[in-house]
Design a protein around this ligand. Structure first.
Ligand code: ZN
Ligand code: ZN
Length: 224
């Protein structure tokens, strides 16, 4: 089979030993080396690298803004290196859906490690116009890799492109692009491709909590 990232063959040179252990690999060894898995001490809320695993300044600000941060914690798989940026832009903007298969094993094992209490999975919805442009929702593609089902009928997104003169924090709460269309379950896991400022995830989490959810966590492929 061919590597989902570089298209080169992932078959090792055939020897008696490899014939006995025939295991197909979704990515070649070279690409596997390039994938920057997150390691080392990080913020316990958002997974940003942080000495002594202390809560980062941004997460302190979120707690001040909301009194209680609506996002309990975020788990990410990879760092946003130039290599990762190139891979993800193929996936996100050029419709290369197949790339997601490269991350399948890592997504599933990370999910099992951190979310074994079976929260209800909700991929962050794309605005319908954007979804048409991009052919698929990348957050949903990630959610499809989890063995359990995911839900797209609890959280929806409407058009919200109007600019506002309000402050950044006012914008976050007043211009929430999401709508909760159904009573949310108590434990929720939001899925998205990338955690940058954490604004989108908190807008969704805040609304879900206001509608009765008790705990909202997130799983993102990348922590930028
Ligand atoms: Zn490769
Ligand atoms: Zn943080």
């Amino acid at each position: 089979m061919n590597c989902y990232i570089c298209q080169n063959s992932t078959e090792p040179d055939t020897t008696w030993a490899t014939l006995l252990v025939t295991k197909t690999r979704p990515i070649c060894e070279d690409c596997e080396q390039l994938l920057p898995t997150i390691s080392g001490p990080s913020c316990p809320i958002c997974m940003r690298p942080s000495p002594q695993a202390k809560k980062c300044p941004d997460c302190h600000k979120w707690s001040e803004h909301f009194t209680v941060d609506p996002l309990k914690r975020n788990i990410s798989l990879y760092r946003y290196t130039p290599e990762m940026k190139a891979i993800i832009s193929r996936f996100k903007y050029r419709g290369d859906y197949e790339i997601i298969h490269a991350f399948e094993t890592a997504i599933q094992s990370t999910y099992k490690t951190h979310f074994n209490d079976q929260p209800t999975t909700i991929p962050i919805p794309l605005h319908p116009v954007r979804q048409q442009q991009r052919l698929f929702n990348q957050a949903e593609a990630i959610a499809q890799k989890l063995i359990q089902p995911y839900h797209t009928n609890i959280l929806t997104r409407q058009d919200n492109t109007k600019q506002s003169k309000k402050s950044r924090y006012e914008r976050i709460t007043s211009l929430n692009p999401f709508t909760v269309t159904k009573q949310p379950p108590e434990k929720i896991l939001l899925i998205d491709d990338i955690y940058t400022t954490g604004t989108t995830l908190r807008q969704a989490a805040d609304l879900l909590i206001k509608h009765g959810a008790k705990s909202v966590e997130s799983f993102t492929l990348i922590r930028s």
